[in-house]
Design a protein around this ligand. Structure first.
Ligand code: B3K
Ligand code: ZN
Length: 855
């Protein structure tokens, strides 16, 4: 398959300032008529090229006249020779939404018809130059059976509707804003709306509607509240107002990813809209608010200013993730939000950056763009924007974003445009900073602090290395903004406050004066840069920081590092001193100044995969043993403390507030430690929590603890959960996930069995990920030495690829980590990748991921 290179970008040869679409909707056969006003762009004699994927033209008209031989098909695309500079081109095709299992283009989901076009799904609907730098004004007319599809929605504002007789009706929508075709959307179905309105700060009234199936209506209030909060936040923090009279959101159950920011008509995976206490956990509530905000924020960062080409994806995604992270931080505990964001970066992006699929946040080439909606483009992209704000300061950052929106409104822009706006607004030279866009790999920073006691001086030596990544053997130094503080070991005071140090060379040295007592280093506070920091801090230093650092992230980080060092030592030497960790956890639990949400994060051990990431070769069994040993020890040594925390955070009546959320979290974390201690009453305690819970957070929390156990309560709880929620797909997903994440020895077999369960299906991406995605993240179970996990995953990749290549390709990366494992496992993982690669008719999506993983 051809490789697309960033350097090969050329402006479009033909523009389409205006398009009118006419859909005769039907699940089996939808007729699509398109009327394009096309305009030659510059001087050239090339034919008009309209992308198409699986389309057959039923008719092609130019300026109203049928064309016999001036058009031809070229690998799906329609080529038309046109004599003049502007023409009207009309095409007609027929598509079959209900046969669309890829969920790209126009497809059917639970009785609805809906679209997904980003990145290249529009070409599966109609012939069009399917690239983000062709911006058009859209008019969309739909007609459909009124009983099955009483609601007809498209982008922009409704401009007309009526009856057609024979049970059919029509509606027409117009979007006054220029947009690329990836932002096109329509929905037809039997839907009801949760309606509200919002007055923008300049006084414009906006009608808001969240469309769902009738039974789901009671679960939409949280999303609506989040939408209003996002609209206000974007006005307040970025000065960005909403721009249409209407904002629609639709929830659908079959969706390849989280949600889609189509102009004025966001379409969501239902898991990021529907939430009530009975069926959604606190984490689900947070995710709903975060994704609603993310898609809303795209209205400016993505829609008003879009991407010139797909290599610029991080322009909209990195920036928008950064915006949604800040929004969520402002809604609840900023400290806990930051911890979660970093945990997510380390779980998903660091391994990607260290493996065969590593790429810069602005990639240089791709085979299939769907494979580049990655943690690197999104989450590392967000960290890059965050570093800009850290370096420039909030005020100059805002001036930069204002300038960016002003300069590029209504156009398709590049990452370079964004950086230049920041540069121009701030007067700062960001030449070297651009390396964050072009170089892949997570930089490593070595920091060593030494103290000259008699001289009252301290010296901090910093050194960075950026690892080689595929196609990038040599790296230049990155500008790394590090927030740093020194604490006096005895006084606990910070010497001279926090400093922002820019490490922009391989090496850098900083001298501190007036350091009268031994200093302890707090570095990368707030996780100011997405790097791995190695320091010469002792266990005592880390324990000190875990109790005294005034930066909550650094405090959490010190505890994590202490735990990691202990675990890595135990894995390497077969034993380690657990006492410092136990003491630090005890102190944290006892600190009255800390809120429960923070405590719950701080006392959790690093995940097995994150521990693996610290080792030269991952030994999943040794990691599991070491972590379980420390868990057991923590459980036993602090059993009274856990019981106290469990009781102190006892469930009152359900309430959705930061405090109540924190209490629920700490309660279930405590329950986990009580169970880890081996206390005889633990299963009963968990089963009580499970049975008495008046909310899903407590119920699923207890189920998760039981799922790891060998107790009879485990089966009772799983059966009860299944019976109670078998009719609710999103909750049933949790039932699959909880079992796939189990730490029990028989998890591989259980997962194989669950894959044959009547409720399991690979056609629904949520269900697929709930079992297969969760299982592949369960390090020990997936890396079963006999290779059963690998075979299971490869089988799934092959099966899913026939239906839905985009979703199949997302399952590949865990197999691509083979270099990180022992020879036996590595060989088995490779063998499965080879088997996939040898399969006939592999999609481009899976081919790219597998071939790169083997290279
Ligand atoms: N922009 C979409 C992602 C589309 C993914 C296409 N493979 C959702 C988002 O990032 O907001
Ligand atoms: Zn996005």
């Amino acid at each position: 398959p051809p490789v697309i290179h960033r350097e090969d970008y050329r402006p479009p040869e033909w523009l389409v300032p205006d398009i009118a679409l006419d859909f005769a909707l039907d699940p089996a056969a939808t007729r699509v008529r398109a009327r394009l006003e096309v305009q030659r762009n510059g001087e050239h004699a090339h034919p008009l090229r309209l992308d198409g994927d699986g389309l057959v033209p039923l008719s092609v008209l130019v300026d109203g006249a049928p064309l016999a031989d001036s058009w031809r098909l070229d690998g799906g695309a329609l080529l038309i020779d046109l004599p003049g500079d502007t023409h009207i081109v009309e095409t007609e095709v027929e598509i079959a939404p209900e046969a669309n299992s890829q969920l790209m283009g126009l497809y059917a989901s639970g009785g609805l018809l809906c679209t997904q076009c980003e990145a290249e799904g529009f070409r599966r609907i109609t012939f069009f130059p399917d690239r983000p730098d062709v911006l058009s004004r859209y008019t969309v007319r739909m007609e459909a059976d009124r009983t099955r599809y009483p609601i007809l929605l498209a982008n922009g504002d409704p401009v007309g509707a009526g009856e057609l007789g024979d049970g059919r009706h029509w509606a027409e929508w117009r979007d006054p804003f220029l947009k690329p075709c990836y932002l096109f959307a329509l929905v037809a179905g039997d839907l009801v709306a949760n309606r509200a309105n919002f007055t923008t700060r300049s006084g414009r009234e906006v009608d808001l509607a969240i469309w769902v199936r009738e039974a789901d209506l009671p679960k939409t209030d949280h999303a609506m509240a989040a939408l209003k909060a996002s609209m206000a936040w974007d006005e307040h923090v970025y000065g960005r107002e909403y721009d249409l009279a209407m904002f629609n959101i639709v929830a659908v159950s079959d969706f390849n990813f989280g949600a889609m920011e189509n102009k004025g008509l966001n379409i969501f995976n239902s898991r990021y809209i529907l939430a009530d206490p009975e069926t959604a956990t606190d984490a689900d509530f947070d995710a709903v608010a975060g994704v609603v905000a993310h898609e809303y924020f795209h209205n400016w960062s993505g829609n008003r200013v879009t991407c010139r080409d797909w290599f610029q994806l991080s322009l909209k995604e990195g920036f928008t993730v950064f915006r949604d992270q800040c929004f969520s931080a402002d809604q609840g505990s900023a400290a806990v939000k930051r911890i979660e964001d970093v945990r997510c970066l380390r779980a998903a992006q660091f391994p990607e950056d260290a493996g065969p699929l590593a790429h810069p946040i602005r990639p240089e080439s791709y085979i299939e763009i769907s494979n580049f909606y990655t943690a690197t483009v999104y989450n590392k992209g967000a960290e890059v924007i965050r570093m800009l704000r850290t370096m420039l300061g909030a005020e100059r950052f805002r001036q930069g974003s204002d300038l960016y929106f002003e300069r590029h409104d209504g156009t398709a822009a590049t990452c370079e445009d964004f950086v230049r706006a920041m540069e121009d607004a701030s007067g700062e030279d960001l030449t070297d900073f651009r390396r964050w866009y072009s170089q892949a790999g997570t930089p490593r920073v070595k920091a060593s602090l030494s103290h000259d006691a008699p001289g009252g001086r301290a010296r901090l030596e910093l050194e960075q290395t950026v690892p080689a990544t595929p196609g990038q053997p040599e790296k230049l130094a990155m500008p790394i903004p590090l927030r740093i503080a020194l604490f006096g070991e005895r006084s606990g005071e910070i010497f001279g406050g926090e400093q922002l140090v820019l490490l922009d060379d391989e090496k850098h040295e900083i001298l501190f004066e007036g350091i009268s007592e031994r200093p302890i280093l707090s570095i990368n506070r707030g996780f100011s840069a997405p790097v791995i920091v190695e320091t010469n801090r002792t266990a005592d230093d880390l324990a000190f920081l875990s109790a005294h650092d005034d930066d909550p992230f650094a405090r959490y980080e010190a505890m994590q590092q202490l735990m990691l060092d202990t675990l890595v030592a135990r894995i390497a030497h077969g034993s380690a001193d657990h006492a410092p960790v136990i003491q630090a956890v005890r102190d944290t639990l006892a600190d009255p100044a800390l809120d429960a949400a923070f405590v719950a994060e701080a006392v959790l051990l690093p995940s097995e995969s994150f521990i693996g990431d610290q080792m030269p070769l991952v030994d999943p069994d040794a990691i599991h043993r070491a972590r379980e040993a420390l868990r057991t020890d923590l459980g036993r040594s602090l059993l009274t403390d856990w019981r106290e925390a469990y009781a102190a955070n006892a469930a009152n009546r359900y309430e959705y507030s930061p405090t109540a959320k924190g209490a629920r979290r700490l309660r279930t974390v405590s329950l986990g430690y009580i169970a880890a201690s081996g206390a005889a009453d633990a299963p009963a305690l968990a089963f009580d929590q499970f049975g008495q819970a008046d909310n899903m957070t407590d119920r699923q929390g207890a189920l998760g603890v039981l799922a790891n156990s060998m107790s009879p309560e485990r089966e009772k709880a799983l059966a009860a959960f299944y019976e109670r929620y078998r009719g609710d797909a999103l909750v049933l997903d949790k039932w699959f996930t909880t079992q796939a994440l189990s730490t029990r020895d028989d998890t591989v077999e259980q997962v194989e069995r669950l894959a044959a369960h009547p409720d399991f299906t690979i056609a629904n991406p949520n269900r697929l990920r709930s079992l297969v995605g969760a299982f592949a993240a369960n390090q020990r179970a997936f890396h079963d030495l006999a290779g059963r996990g690998y075979r299971f995953l490869a089988d799934m990749v092959l099966r899913v690829d026939r239906l839905n290549p985009q979703t199949a390709a997302k399952l590949v990366p865990p197999l691509g980590r083979w270099r990180r494992f022992d020879a036996t496992r590595a060989a088995r993982m490779r063998a499965e990748l080879e088997r996939v690669l040898a399969a006939p008719d592999l999609s481009r999506d899976v081919f790219e991921q597998v071939s790169k993983s083997l290279a």
